[in-house]
Design a protein around this ligand. Structure first.
Ligand SMILES: [Fe+2]
Length: 406
């Protein structure tokens, strides 16, 4: 193992405020220097990294301007990519909140490498604050454990990428994300995209860019993660969500949850999409991360919002939360994984994992696989090409997965 590899323990109790995350980044630097340096340097290292270093880091990355928003068309790319495979089945690995550079994220990265899917997609959050060195350690360094799919990789932005104003996301991570487009290899140009074939469209949504606001102001006015106009225009003009003659099944991917029984809802996004759909509106599958857990919901939608079967796969690399649900949508919550893997600092930690989606014509199978290679849930979906309607079927639930009965 890389001696500089981060320890899961560093992520226990990781809060969701920006200041906290900047401090954690500095703490990680401190511990690294502590290991490398002499005992006499400890105090100096602590002050240099935790106080001056923090002030420098915060001022440099947080108070500066947000990276310019990138959108299509850009460098000749429209953000629409045909799904490629060498067989009859297209496979996609979906990982979220994975980029922690820990033994756990290596484990998950290695499982994906063994499966060698056609595509691998990160649903966002590069820890702690999405700096160039963190992008390098997780994705672009020769020793990094991100596995690039046979036909490509794509990355959504989470809130953590934006804690450093998104510059490493746009300047370092996106240029590394390559994807086959017919006979050419494209480079990801924006924080949203559409993968598609004859029967399905997988649409990655950018909710990260609008998940932060001005420092301090965002405490008073909580960002709503809305889709910016440039993205809405793309969904209207390129993806053509309103096209009633397009009856392909639709899967949305985003970093932030549309709704949750554990933390914040983001209803604005579903309302924006519902408006774009117009008469072509139909229920969708929506897979998100952000919460460090695996959970499954029945179909639900806010008034004036799209109806969606929600799945949270935010258990990619962070310590997995095992607490019980305590807020809304308890009527929709169906399954969640609260198996305890170990106890760190008197906290129960669950199992990391990812989703493997296999698309064969109008049918999809999704296996939710944990870090021990155990499939914990298998579900299948069929799209009715006359209507675009979806039929779900849960074919396997591991006996230790919690079934929620409100
Ligand atoms: Fe997040």
């Amino acid at each position: 193992m890389n001696p500089e590899k981060r320890d899961t323990e560093q992520y226990v109790d990781l809060g969701h405020t920006e200041v906290e995350n900047h401090l954690k980044e500095q703490a990680a630097l401190y511990e690294k220097r502590l290991k490398e340096g002499q005992a006499a340097n400890k105090v100096a290292a602590y002050f240099a990294t935790n106080l001056l270093g923090f002030a420098y880091h915060y001022a440099k990355s947080r108070f500066g301007p947000k990276a310019p928003y990138q959108f299509y068309p850009r460098n000749g790319d429209d953000g629409l990519y045909p799904l490629h495979t060498f067989t009859d089945t297209v496979t996609l690995a979906l990982l979220s909140d994975w980029a922690t550079d820990t033994p756990e994220s290596d484990l998950i990265g290695n499982l994906v490498r063994d499966l060698d899917p056609d595509y691998s997609i990160h649903l966002g959050d590069v820890y702690f604050v999405g700096t160039p060195s963190e992008v390098k350690a997780n994705f672009t360094d020769p020793t990094a454990s991100w596995h690039f799919g046979k036909h490509g990789s794509l990355a959504l932005s989470g809130n953590h990428e934006m804690y450093s104003n998104g510059s490493a996301y746009f300047k370092e991570l996106l240029p590394a994300m390559k994807i086959r487009k017919g006979g050419t290899i494209a480079t990801q140009q924006a924080g949203f995209f559409c993968l598609e074939h004859e029967h399905w469209r997988i649409i990655g949504l950018d909710t990260g860019y609008t998940s932060t606001n001005r420092p301090f102001l965002e405490v008073l006015f909580k960002p709503d993660c809305h889709l910016r106009d440039e993205q809405l225009n793309w969904l209207r003009d390129q993806v053509r969500l309103h096209d009633v003659s397009d009856t392909r099944g639709i899967i949305f991917l985003s970093h932030h949850p549309y709704f949750s029984s554990f933390r914040d809802d983001h209803p604005v996004v579903g309302r924006q999409l519902r408006k774009l759909f117009g008469d072509a509106n139909r229920p969708v599958i929506w897979i998100w991360g952000h919460e460090h857990r695996l959970s499954f919901y029945d179909k639900y939608g806010f008034p004036d919002g799209v109806q969606a079967w929600g799945r949270c796969v935010g258990h990619g690399g962070m310590p997995v939360e095992t607490d019980a649900p305590d807020q809304g949508h308890l009527g929709q919550l169906r399954l969640y994984d609260r198996r305890v893997r170990e106890r760190i600092r008197r906290k129960d930690i669950g199992y990391n994992g990812f989703a493997l989606m296999s698309i064969t014509g109008p049918d999809i199978e999704i296996n939710y696989i944990d870090q021990n290679k155990v499939t914990v849930v298998t579900e299948r979906w069929h799209v009715d090409r006359k209507t675009g309607g979806l039929t779900p079927e849960t074919v396997f639930i591991h006996p230790d997965i919690t079934r929620f009965d409100p």
